[in-house]
Design a binder for this molecule. Structure first.
Ligand code: ZN
Length: 58
């Protein structure tokens, strides 16, 4: 997913009152054609660093 799309999802999620999200699906985050190394939730747009992903076991 593009980083810009993740930002848009985050704003939409905030507009809904930021309900809890279990982050059912994570995708690699890209800035244009380059991977950022992070993953983003396709539901709420939150991004996770590799260290956070490891901690979460994802
Ligand atoms: Zn999520």
């Amino acid at each position: 997913m593009q980083a810009a799309d993740a930002t848009r999802l985050q704003k939409e999620w905030e507009a809904k009152g930021s309900p809890p999200c279990e982050h059912p699906r994570l995708e690699k985050e890209y800035y244009l054609s380059a991977q950022t190394g992070d993953k983003v939730c396709t539901t709420c747009g939150e991004d996770f660093s590799p260290a956070e992903l490891k901690k979460m076991g994802r």
